[in-house]
Design a protein around this ligand. Structure first.
Ligand code: NCD
Ligand code: ZN
Length: 350
């Protein structure tokens, strides 16, 4: 007979391997939501202006530490925003001193605040060579920006046109393909022999493009890469619950105020930090894989980044449906929390 499904799980404290914290009022408003559950997070550098140099990353890290709730043990893992002017020596110094954990590659114009990203990949080759030499990982926003390419195809085209050539030229470079949204990306990562992993967001495990567009447009489900067909969502869930070490959580929790999202040209970004662990537990539980949540959220990412898992544990408990928490408020407006569209029963209880 099958064991009864567990209603309580204990797992290593999770980490978020892709997170937007912003700065100023927004940083102070959103940071407690992540620090409540997560031990560490890879902090995206797409501020305005972006976090390009080691000195800028050090200053930003200081602002994050100042905004942390008293007593929090949360550790921000800083990234440097790759530009065509990035100096290999600055990147190496930032990594070797422990200040920066990774470099972030945005194709110029791919997403929110990516105007300073890379247009000509030849121009960043010396930085990528240096990173491969010192073992520093590259986080990649994997979408081409060519306006001729349909937005639903931009990830798949990026793999063929950009990622394969980069990895061929530099097989020792450790690459994280971030927020993968397609079966193509899942297959590409699965077929790779080494030095490639992928993060998967909470919301891409839950929504497909119908949730975004059918029966009315839902701006709070608009993010980049944009949600794809249901068959892609299913491929993501299968990868996430499989326990395969190359897939791990990067929430891409990306807060924007409601006024910035609810307008004729609204911003891309889903704010999932407060409900991510509850949502993930629902997804894993529905797949009968609740025990694999620890690998996805707490173990695989640390392993790829060559860091130890967190020392402490969290407990999640399944009970009556819990209401969606209110989002944070800033002087520029409120932030709406990701609504998975189903009841949440799991909560972080300790
Ligand atoms: C992110 C943001 O708002 O900074 N938006 C998003 O839709 N994911 C940028 C990004 O990660 O692409
Ligand atoms: Zn992001």
């Amino acid at each position: 007979m099958k064991d009864a499904a567990p209603t309580e799980i204990t797992l290593r404290r999770p980490d978020d391997w892709h997170l937007h914290l912003r700065d100023g009022d927004m940083l102070r408003a959103v940071l407690p939501d992540t620090a409540a559950h997560f031990g560490r997070a890879i902090i995206m550098p797409n501020l305005v202006p972006p976090v390009v140099t080691a000195a800028q990353a050090e200053a930003y890290r200081g602002r994050i530490m100042d905004a942390l709730p008293a007593g929090s043990q949360f550790q921000p893992l800083m990234t440097l925003y790759l530009t065509e002017d990035t100096a290999p020596a600055d990147v190496a110094m930032a990594f070797e001193s422990g200040l920066a954990t990774a470099v972030k590659l945005y194709p110029a114009g791919a997403t929110t605040n990516s105007a300073s990203g890379v247009s000509n990949f030849e121009n960043v080759r010396p930085v990528l060579d240096k990173m491969a030499e010192i073992g520093m990982p590259l986080c990649v926003h994997g979408e081409v920006t060519d306006p001729q390419v349909d937005i639903f195809d931009r990830e798949a085209v990026f793999i063929d046109k950009v990622l394969k050539p980069i990895r061929k030229a530099n097989p020792d470079l450790r690459v994280i393909m971030e927020h993968v949204t397609t079966e193509n990306a899942v297959d590409y990562v699965r077929d790779s022999k080494k030095n490639l992993a992928a993060t998967i967001t909470t919301h891409h495990l839950i929504i497909n493009r119908n949730h975004l567009l059918a029966g009315g447009i839902r701006p709070h489900y608009y993010c980049l890469p944009v949600a794809k067909r249901e068959r892609h969502r299913i491929a993501l869930v299968q990868a996430a619950v499989s326990g395969d070490e190359r897939f791990f959580l990067g929430t891409d929790s990306a807060p924007h105020t409601d006024p910035a999202k609810l307008q004729s040209c609204g911003c891309a970004g889903v704010y999932s930090a407060p409900v991510t662990m509850s949502c993930l537990a629902e997804v894993f539980d529905a797949a009968d894989k609740i025990k694999q949540l620890e690998a996805f959220a707490s173990l695989n990412g640390a392993r790829f980044y060559k860091l130890p898992p967190n020392d402490d544990m969290i407990t999640m408990t399944k009970g009556d449906a819990i209401p969606l928490p209110p989002g944070p408020s800033t002087p520029d407006g409120d932030v709406t929390v990701f609504d998975p569209g189903f009841d949440l029963h799991w909560r972080v209880s300790a």
